[in-house]
Ligand binder design. Structure first.
Ligand code: GLY
Length: 374
């Protein structure tokens, strides 16, 4: 029951394979690329403990030897020091252009390993084997790679497309419920931004997804990747439509910055809260009906995903402070905040024409709710 989504970028096209037990086929698929019979894996401590032997067995069975560099788990790994360590290690492994580097982990490893592959020897081939829902539906697809700077998230990076994405649905079985639901924030984002029928489908099938239903998980990852592939094919470098994928991210990144990119708020949770705020802002600007943010919030709430600023524990900056954090985001264009707003569920659009006062009011109201609940 493997599904395939093809990313049709001329000269850089690749397949995303989605299904259970794909790790068993990793060696056979990767051996087809040729190059040396030695592959290098970048991974993190958590994934290595759970799945590295399985991947190595699959590679060895296909006649490939494999070495892994195991990095610390967590967002702070997306930094210059770990990038340098990764690139120097790949060079010490004598990786050449035709060889394969494997990014084996969640979004942090995918972004870091992809960037290392982009810059060493002016670009080597890499394969994404995403191990989290968030990475399977978003970060492993589309070629955005990079690391964080003290100035902001993902500010240092390159576009470098993988040669293959293997989204093994079985790997999702080892995620904590919280990590799975954080990834669900990105899944539901696709329905909200461009596919109302997918949103309807998720309202019905979301509980089965969360409970571990393999067919439902394959379907959700496939539809998410298909939508992302369609958008990336239209606009690989985010000159236009690709920014739609940032629905919920302007609010979300500000909340992530305010919580120090820590466990207080996972990226997908920030996206979920950000989507609810983007729909609230859209309704207040008269762009969509008030029922839309209510429906978005109701579904996120039913699924147990964070939905309100009030769901974030601890202190937060005031509304003005959060607005300033939005100004640090790379979605600022000519000093103007760029928002993804919606005319309804499945109908998002990009605009820089958002009155700051309207944003402030939405934030103030959300913060007041938090204050009232404390
Ligand atoms: N995660 C947004 C993008 O890939 O464009």
């Amino acid at each position: 029951m493997t599904a395939t989504v093809h990313v049709d970028l001329p000269g850089r096209e690749y397949d995303i394979l989605i299904g259970p037990e794909l790790l068993d086929q990793a060696g056979e698929k990767i051996a087809k690329f040729g190059g040396r019979k030695h592959v290098c894996i970048l991974t993190d401590e958590t994934v290595a403990g759970l799945h590295l032997n399985h991947l190595k067995q699959s590679l060895n069975a296909a006649g490939l030897s494999a070495e892994a560099l195991v990095l610390p788990a967590g967002e702070s790994t997306k930094c210059w020091a770990e990038l340098q360590r990764s690139v120097e290690w790949l060079l010490s492994q004598k990786v050449e252009r035709g060889d394969v580097v494997i990014a084996f982990g969640g979004g942090v490893i995918g972004d870091l390993a992809g960037f290392a592959a982009a810059i060493m020897r002016r670009g080597v081939r890499f394969v994404q084997i995403p191990t989290t829902l968030l990475a399977q539906v978003d970060s492993s697809v589309g070629g955005k790679t990079g690391i964080n700077s003290p100035h902001g998230k993902n500010l240092i990076g390159a576009f470098h497309q993988p040669s293959l994405v293997l989204a093994d649905i079985a790997l999702l079985g080892t995620l904590t419920a919280r990590d799975f639901l954080a990834g669900y924030g990105e899944v539901i984002k696709y329905g909200m931004l461009g596919d109302a029928a997918f949103f309807d489908w998720l309202e019905i099938n979301g509980p089965a997804l969360a409970a571990g239903d393999t067919d439902a998980r394959v379907e959700a990852v496939k539809r998410s990747c298909q939508m992302k592939a369609d958008i990336v094919q239209r606009d690989e470098t985010e000159a236009g439509d690709r920014a739609l994928l940032n629905l919920g991210h302007t609010f979300g990144h500000a909340l992530e910055a305010a919580t120090g990119y820590s466990d207080r708020l996972l990226h997908g949770e920030g996206v979920a809260i950000g989507c609810a705020l983007a729909f609230e802002l859209s309704a207040r600007l008269g762009l969509c009906s008030q029922e839309d943010p209510s429906r978005v919030r109701a579904h996120l709430r039913d699924m147990g995903v964070k939905v309100d600023i009030a769901d974030i524990a601890g202190e937060l900056p005031d509304a003005q402070g959060l607005l300033e954090l939005m100004g640090q985001d790379k979605k600022v264009l000519d000093g103007k905040l760029r928002f993804i707003l919606a005319r309804g569920i499945g109908d998002a659009f990009i605009t820089s024409d958002v009155p700051r006062d309207a944003v402030l009011t939405v934030l103030q109201d959300a913060l007041s709710l938090k204050a009232a609940q404390n």
